[in-house]
Design a protein around this ligand. Structure first.
Ligand SMILES: NC(=O)c1ccc[n+]([C@@H]2O[C@H](COP(=O)([O-])OP(=O)(O)OC[C@H]3O[C@@H](n4cnc5c(N)ncnc54)[C@H](O)[C@@H]3O)[C@@H](O)[C@H]2O)c1
Length: 379
């Protein structure tokens, strides 16, 4: 095979953006689309000049595709991916890979059996600052990690929440800011600092007329006893992005698109043990961080997925690593709803039981003004 025939399942805002950018992905061709909504399916099939299907199984059985991008609401990612692998097709899933850790486990188990490719659209992994941050941490430059911090304050309007019946409902989406906006930075945060062993969180609905959380915060405890602090919301403008990781030998801060690194002349633990001066402390120096130009964004993840299929290139965002963000999302909701500090890995059955209760209590949408508009940042 020297070209990958790609089908896109779910051609709303994000799926349409993927379809539009397919012409710029080398050795890939958009050959079919699927959307459960008949009118959307017909309009997009005409717009992209490819056959359209209203059932994903019809697309998978059409013999038209080698791989699929799944860009439906999150609950459908695991079952559609599992159907694709069972028919021999590679899968690039939109984020998050699922709504629950249990569904993610099932998805990963099915992928392992298939021997096919599984990638997830965590396109922030292609940005130079995060690639460099990962290289710095993996090099051991920070030493043992003592503290982490993640702040992701975003803004979403009520009109955004009213734009789709599935959005911000327990039955349609399975969470709020944690499952929709935060997964990107949660993926980077856990990619860099690893998973905590425990999460003590709170979730609340602060600003919007929605039934799920638009604000969440937590204290994290890591396996080595280190602590972390996490805050995320869709109630903040201008937006804020911060990841800070502080260790025995230095500190890394990524804030609003910039990366800064400091190292100390003596590791903190060693200084504490050896120094006899009352007011001394390890001296920190800022170190310049060189950023390499990268091919970034959604298209870069799709292009890497295609090269992984054709050339065996390692995936930038392997699908199974999508489980990390799920542990954080489910852990924070479970802790916030029960008031308990919860362990990671999250108790699968307990989270399923909680979500079943939340789904049963769902009121659905009191106001719906449907729009399928691609986020201008993603066009
Ligand atoms: N990676 C990113 O930067 C990014 C950005 C936005 C959205 N997303 C993800 O993309 C997914 C879709 O979000 P969106 O904003 O495009 O939503 P959307 O509502 O605009 O589009 C979803 C589309 O899927 C269709 N659909 C629903 N169920 C289906 C099914 N079972 N089979 C086929 N089609 C189905 C709907 O009719 C709709 O057209 C979500 O999981 C979201 O988290 C990712």
């Amino acid at each position: 095979m020297d070209n990958v025939r790609i089908g896109i399942i779910g051609v709303g805002g994000m799926g349409s953006a993927h379809a539009n950018s397919m012409k710029d992905v080398p050795r890939a061709t958009l050959t079919a689309i699927c959307d459960i909504d008949e009118a959307v399916c017909a309009a997009k099939a005409e717009a992209f000049g490819v056959p359209g299907f209203t059932k994903h199984t019809e697309l998978l059985d059409s013999d038209l595709v080698d791989a699929v991008i799944v860009a439906t609401p999150h609950y459908f990612h695991p079952p559609i991916a599992i159907d694709a692998w069972s028919r021999g097709m590679h899968v690039l899933s939109e984020k998050p890979i699922s709504v629950t850790v249990k569904a993610a486990d099932e998805m990963i188990a099915a992928w392992r059996k298939s021997g096919l490719k599984f990638s997830v659209m965590y396109q922030m992994r292609t940005e130079a600052i995060y690639i460099e941050a990962k290289r710095i941490i993996d090099s051991g430059a920070l030493g043992e990690i003592y503290r982490t911090c993640m702040v992701m304050g975003w803004y979403r309007s009520q009109a955004y929440y009213d734009s789709g019946g599935w959005r911000a409902t327990w039955t349609g989406e399975g969470g709020g800011v944690l499952i929709n906006q935060a997964p990107h930075l949660l993926d980077i945060f856990t990619w860099l600092a690893g998973l905590p062993a425990a999460i003590h969180g709170e979730v609340r609905t602060n600003l919007h007329d929605i039934e799920v959380e638009d604000e969440a915060f937590a204290v994290l405890t890591y396996p080595n006893g280190a602590h972390g602090y996490l805050y995320t919301s869709t109630t903040e403008a201008p937006e804020a992005h911060l990841i800070e990781i502080s260790g025995d030998k230095g500190k890394l801060r990524i804030q609003d698109g910039k990366i800064r690194l400091w190292t100390v002349d003596t590791p903190v633990r060693q200084h504490n043990r050896e120094s006899e001066e009352m007011w001394s402390s390890p001296r920190g120096t800022e170190v310049a961080v060189d950023l390499r130009e990268t091919d970034s964004g959604h298209r870069a993840i799709t292009a890497n997925f295609v090269r992984a299929i054709l050339d065996g290139e390692p995936l930038i965002a392997p699908g199974e690593e999508g489980l990390n963000a799920m542990e954080m999302i489910n852990g924070m909701i479970l802790s916030g709803k029960t008031g308990e500090k919860v362990s990671v890995p999250v108790d699968r059955d307990r989270y399923e039981a909680l979500l079943a209760e939340l789904r049963a209590s769902s009121q659905g949408k009191s106001r719906l003004r449907e729009q399928r508009v691609t986020d201008p940042q993603h066009q």
